[in-house]
Write a protein that binds this ligand. Structure first.
Ligand SMILES: [Zn+2]
Length: 397
């Protein structure tokens, strides 16, 4: 047990058990912490990143990032078939549980309006979207909805709503009290709130890359019980809750937990009970991720005699540099298709366009899932370098 830097967001507990210490080798200009413990609260078992950074650091990071958002990056816009299916099914769920169509509805973090379009098809008439990206807000307005630029707190001033939806946002928020307080102020006295986040109890069953869910951005690991506990303490009573797995792309299953809750007059103040099952599931995830890191390390190690270059400067690379022999490699270039990463520095080495790869030097692809597609893209660019792939995670044993 250790004293926590960040009190448990569910029960205010101030001691926790370290389940895993996660380290990241980040680009020089990334403001987020390079290390945190993933802890289980000693009182309630909620798993979360005991991050040393204040909310203001995360706010600055997301504000800078949102300047670059457009239709081709990010998720939640309903712009690819998997997004469309997920948001259409969510719109159907909400339509089945909401008896009215004429009260105002707010989608916080609306991206390019995928959910709003689904709700419109179900007959909802007063649809409002808020998103940090000005491009997304403009896209939503172009679809005929009311679109505003802003984050979680941008709803203030927009009035109150019969339904507020917030999907895949709360796992990013350090100060959850402030977030749930802001949500409460947006919901009518008898109104509804829909919240969905990744499901920590499902991480182990959906492993694609080691510790993919312990990344710089995801700092809360909800289960059904902790999500209901958070909302209960904020004055929302569950109407319908559950777990689901949706596909974000082919072979990319995302475990999610959701609660539709009604605003009630006073918070529920149940004494927290330790969620042993949730802690066990997160421990299983840590064990599976550790085994997967060892498998990848064994693949990388034989290729470190000479220089290499690495394609893919995402969350997996930040971990491989710290936790595998890749950290000792003589890397002459990083390659990435993302224009916003090109030109930035990592360990004193610049990120290049893949087309500018160094001739003859082997390319290690720092992706499990997209390895074959990236190898094909390299060949399509005319790159004849030797290619090292990491393979796919072993199925759950
Ligand atoms: Zn707790």
């Amino acid at each position: 047990m250790k004293p926590l830097l960040r009190a448990c967001p569910i029960c205010r507990g101030d001691r926790g058990e370290v389940l895993h210490t996660q380290q990241f080798d980040l680009p020089d200009d990334d403001p987020l912490p390079r290390e945190y413990d993933v802890v289980a609260c000693a009182t309630c078992g909620f798993a979360f990143a005991d991050t040393p950074a204040p909310q203001s650091t995360y706010d600055a990071y997301y504000a800078a990032r949102s300047k670059y958002e457009d239709r081709t990056v990010g998720t939640g816009g309903g712009d690819n078939p998997f997004d469309r299916d997920r948001l259409e099914s969510l719109a159907g769920f909400l339509a089945a549980h909401v008896p009215w169509r004429d009260r105002p509805v707010l989608d916080l973090g609306c991206a390019n309006g995928g959910l709003l379009q689904g709700l419109s098809r179900h007959g909802f008439t007063r649809l409002v979207g808020v998103d940090p990206s000005p491009g997304c807000a403009a896209n939503v307005r172009a679809l005929g909805f009311d679109g505003h630029v802003g984050g979680l707190f941008a709803g203030a001033g927009l009035g109150r709503f019969g339904l507020v939806s917030l999907t895949h946002v709360l796992e990013h928020v350090r100060d959850l009290d402030a977030a749930t307080g802001a949500l409460r102020s947006l919901v009518d006295d008898d109104g509804l709130l829909y919240v969905e986040t990744p499901d920590a109890a499902g991480y182990a069953g959906c492993l694609r890359a080691p510790f993919q869910d312990f990344n710089t951005e995801h700092i809360n690991h909800f289960t059904r019980r902790s999500l209901e506990g958070l909302l209960g303490a904020a004055g929302f009573a569950p109407v319908a809750s559950g777990e689901k797995v949706f596909d974000a792309a082919p072979d990319v299953p995302i475990p999610a937990v959701f609660t539709l809750a009604r605003r009630v007059a006073s918070p529920s103040v149940a004494a927290p009970a330790y969620d042993q099952a949730a802690v066990d599931r997160v421990r299983e995830y840590v064990a599976r991720s550790s085994a997967e890191l060892r498998r990848i390390d064994a693949l990388i190690a034989p290729h470190l005699d000479g220089p290499i270059q690495v394609w893919g400067t995402g969350q997996l690379l930040f971990k491989l540099l710290h936790d595998t022999s890749l950290g000792r490699a003589r890397v002459v270039a990083w390659l990435d298709n993302n224009p916003k990463l090109q030109g930035s520095m990592l360990r004193g080495v610049r990120v290049l366009r893949p087309a500018d790869a160094v001739p003859g030097v082997p390319i290690l692809i720092a992706s499990t899932l997209h390895g074959p597609a990236i190898a094909a893209a390299a060949r399509a660019l005319g790159l004849d370098n030797p290619i090292i792939q990491l393979g796919a995670a072993a199925p759950r044993g």
